[in-house]
Structures are given as C-alpha cells and as structure tokens.
Design a protein around this ligand. Structure first.
Ligand code: G
Ligand code: G
Ligand code: MN
Ligand code: NA
Length: 253
C-alpha cells in the first residue's frame, strides 16, 4: 500500500525519468534511434527497475497514467532532438495492459501532432507474447497504431510461443531478436542457425531486424555478417539520461 501511494505520487513529484539506449546501424557508425527506458527514482529505495514497478502499476491500475507520461515525455524529447538537427527515432515500450486501452491510438496521434512529429519517427515496442494475445480489442489497437504510420516493433522475439506463420499477420515493421540468442551466438551453432533464419524470414516480410543485448565485439561482427540491420546493447552504450545522449552521439559519430 505504501508503494502504491508512492507510485501514485511519483509522476507529480517528478520521480519518473526516461533513460535512453541507442540503436546503431550494424554496418557503419550511424545512430539510428533510441529506446526510452523508464526509471523510478524512489526517494528511499533508489533506482527502481520497471521490471519491478510496471507490474505493480498494472495491478494498481496506474499503468495508463504512467504510459501517458512516457508517451508525452518521449515525444517532447524526440521533438527537441529533431529541432537540434538529429533525425533520430525514439522507441517506447508498451505493456500488454496498455494494448487493452482502446483510446491509445488516439492518444499517440495527438502526442505526435502536439509535438509536430512524423509518425514514422516513433517506434512502439511490444513483446511477442503480448502481440500473440491478439484476440479481442488488443488486435484493433495494434492495427490502429500501425495505421497511424508509427513503427510497430516486436520486442524479445523468440521467447514467446508464436507460430512463425503469425508473423505475416502482425502489422510490425521491426523485429527485435531476444538477447538470449545473441548471448549464445559465439558458442552455439544452433543459436546461430535460429538467428540466421529469423533474419531471413523478417527480411522476406520486409521487416527491419534489431539484435538486442550485444555485449561483445565478436557478437557485433557476427550479427553484422548475418544481416542484422540494427544493434543495441552494452557494447554500444548502456541506457543513459537524456542529457547524456547528444554528447554521446557526437563522440560516437
Ligand atoms: O531498462 P530495463 O532493463 O530495466 O527494463 C526492464 C523491463 O521494463 C523491460 O522489459 C522493458 O521493456 C520494460 N520497460 C522499460 N520502460 C518501459 C516503459 O516505459 N513502459 C513499459 N510498459 N515497460 C517498460
Ligand atoms: O524487454 P526490453 O528489451 O525492452 O528490455 C530492455 C532492457 O534490456 C533494458 O532494461 C536494458 O537495460 C537491458 N539491456 C540493454 N542492453 C543490454 C545488454 O547488452 N545486456 C543485458 N544483459 N541487458 C541489456
Ligand atoms: Mn524494448
Ligand atoms: Na527486448
């Protein structure tokens, strides 16, 4: 209950923040976009991970409010970076609960308009598992978000129980291969085989492929050779506060 009240007040008190982790082109040194990752600076507990408080927010019925805050903060930040001449894209993460909010597409459309953003400069990352629960209103929400021209991205791909055949029915333009495949890449020929097939299938379906969790230079080389379009992971950069992003881009490029 204490945590519930604290979470309720976190937005008003300015305790929520977005960190950003770059996605770079696999071939070359260009920054392609950034993933917004939510953080809660709790006054006593310190930095609380969204892996902990997003489930709580869902249980307490606060995920809607938090989701709106994330959308607004990410769009405002993206508009600022674009105004400073950086043609980047920003990705936000959406939980399965958020896909049940039928007003979400309208809210996204309004946020884009308010900040003068091209729909294709916003990416919505949704886990494979959440996408496959595509019964009822969720499916309509996903389609409506895609219809805005927003990039829909399948997060943590390979961890859910999706039939590959379903991929062609999902309105996604980007696929993020789960970091467990990336972690096993160097030692495990089977992981390489699976990853290679995912890349080919995604490309055949005109989807962009992101490898997440890239931690070593060997993984980076293998992933580039296997045709991944974008790379993300601690090797490239850890999630960082917004103010660190432009200096990082300048140093990187
Ligand atoms: O950044 P970190 O590894 O702590 O993220 C942990 C989990 O929280 C990840 O699964 C990530 O997708 C999720 N997450 C991060 N930011 C958000 C957000 O703004 N909204 C939702 N719903 N999930 C988020
Ligand atoms: O579920 P999602 O992919 O949105 O989760 C993103 C989370 O992955 C973030 O919390 C981020 O901190 C974490 N992350 C990002 N890069 C790496 C990495 O290279 N290795 C590991 N272990 N985690 C990472
Ligand atoms: Mn993600
Ligand atoms: Na992921």
């Amino acid at each position: 209950l204490v945590l519930q009240q604290a979470l309720r007040r976190a937005i008003e008190l300015g305790e929520l923040a977005l960190f950003y982790q770059p996605k770079i082109r696999a071939n070359g040194a260009a920054v392609h976009g950034l993933e917004a990752l939510l953080r809660w600076h709790h006054p006593e507990r310190g930095l609380v991970s969204p892996a902990v408080f997003v489930p709580l927010a869902e249980r307490f019925g606060l995920i809607g409010t938090i989701g709106h805050w994330v959308l607004e903060a990410a769009c405002a930040q993206l508009a600022q970076w674009q105004a400073q001449g950086h043609a980047c894209r920003v990705a936000i993460n959406l939980s399965p609960h958020q896909l049940r909010q039928t007003d979400l597409p309208e809210r996204i459309a309004q946020a884009l308009q308010r900040h003068g953003l091209q729909p294709s400069s916003l990416v919505c990352e949704i886990t494979e598992t959440a996408m496959m629960e595509n019964l009822g209103p969720e499916r309509g929400v996903l389609d409506a978000i895609a219809a805005l021209g927003v990039y829909v991205s399948i997060d943590d791909f390979g961890t859910g129980y999706s039939s590959l055949a379903h991929l062609r029915n999902i309105p996604a333009r980007q696929l993020k291969i789960d970091r467990s495949f990336v972690a096993d890449l160097e030692q495990d020929a089977d992981a390489r085989a699976v990853l290679g097939s995912i890349v080919q299938l995604a490309h055949a379906l005109r989807m962009e492929v992101v490898a997440e969790g890239v931690e070593t230079a060997a993984q980076r080389r293998l992933l580039a050779r296997m045709g991944c379009d974008l790379l993300q992971g601690y090797l490239i950069a850890r999630p960082m506060p917004a103010e660190a992003v432009l200096p990082w881009i300048t140093a990187f490029e």
